[in-house]
Design a protein around this ligand. Structure first.
Ligand code: ATP
Length: 236
């Protein structure tokens, strides 16, 4: 599991995370929800050591990740799919996947074949430049590239960004299936609370850098004041 304890992160005078604590149980999806600027991306970037916290701990099982290098954290099985997907547009689907395999020293053919099994649409598009894929296909490529490393923890930053509702639905369903079939621990950062809560087991709500609620997803979805004031979802 991932346990975040009293995490504080600032960018100069801007406090992005204030004493954030929550747990993301293993083999489950924990949604991290909140409005623009709530600190969601900062949280994921801090877990991956792309941002250094001022104080606090991040435990992966018993190990404190704070102070470790990003590549060491990746080697522990933590994969990060950044906001904007991070695939290389001038490379084909195949080349993007090869890059993922090389970076993680996974046997090329096996690693790629497995991703094509998980994401058949990518097999059809394998010679196509990533820049010419649809937003949903690009998101799948980003997830597939991360999955090549056979991670145990998947950090996903706003996978629904810019996608139509139907495509978002499909991506979220795929994430749920991956979590179950690979026993993945998923931290799912989303502004789109409704879509994330549909597939999440737990949810943490951030509001200007503070974790104001960490509960089972169904409880967050049923809480009218959280829905209305913090998640932009009208009352049920
Ligand atoms: P969004 O949904 O819009 O991506 P977010 O919840 O992911 O927002 P963050 O991107 O983590 O929020 O930003 C949290 C706060 O930190 C914001 O006030 C933002 O302006 C600030 N911030 C983020 N990155 C930097 C940076 N590199 N330098 C200075 N301030 C930053």
């Amino acid at each position: 599991m991932i346990k975040v304890a009293n995490l504080n992160v600032s960018y100069g005078a801007v406090k992005a995370l204030r004493d954030v604590s929550f747990e993301a149980p293993s083999g489950a999806i924990t949604a991290v929800l909140g409005a623009n600027g709530a600190g969601k991306t900062t949280l994921l970037r801090t877990i991956s050591a792309l941002v250094e916290p001022q104080s606090g701990q991040i435990f992966l099982d018993e190990r404190n990740l704070v102070g470790m290098r990003p590549e060491a954290i990746a080697r522990l099985g933590v994969a990060h799919v950044p906001e904007g997907r991070g695939v290389i547009g001038e490379f084909t689907v195949d080349e993007n996947l090869r890059l993922g395999a090389i970076a993680h020293k996974v046997t090329l053919a096996e690693g790629i074949a497995e991703q094509f099994e998980l994401f058949p649409i990518l097999k059809e598009r394998r010679k196509q430049y990533a820049a010419t894929l649809s937003g949903g296909e690009r998101q799948m490529l980003a997830v597939a590239r991360a999955m090549i490393a056979q991670p145990t923890v998947l950090l996903l930053d706003e996978p629904s960004l810019g996608l139509a509702p139907k495509v978002t639905f499909d991506i979220m369903t795929t994430i749920r299936q991956l979590c179950e079939s690979r026993k993945l621990t998923v931290l799912l950062v989303e502004q789109n609370a409704k879509s994330a809560l549909r597939i999440a087991d737990f949810a943490t709500v951030l509001h200007v850098g503070t974790a104001i609620a960490s509960r089972p997803a169904a409880e967050v979805a049923a809480d009218d004041s959280l829905r209305e004031y913090y998640l932009g979802m009208p009352s049920s």
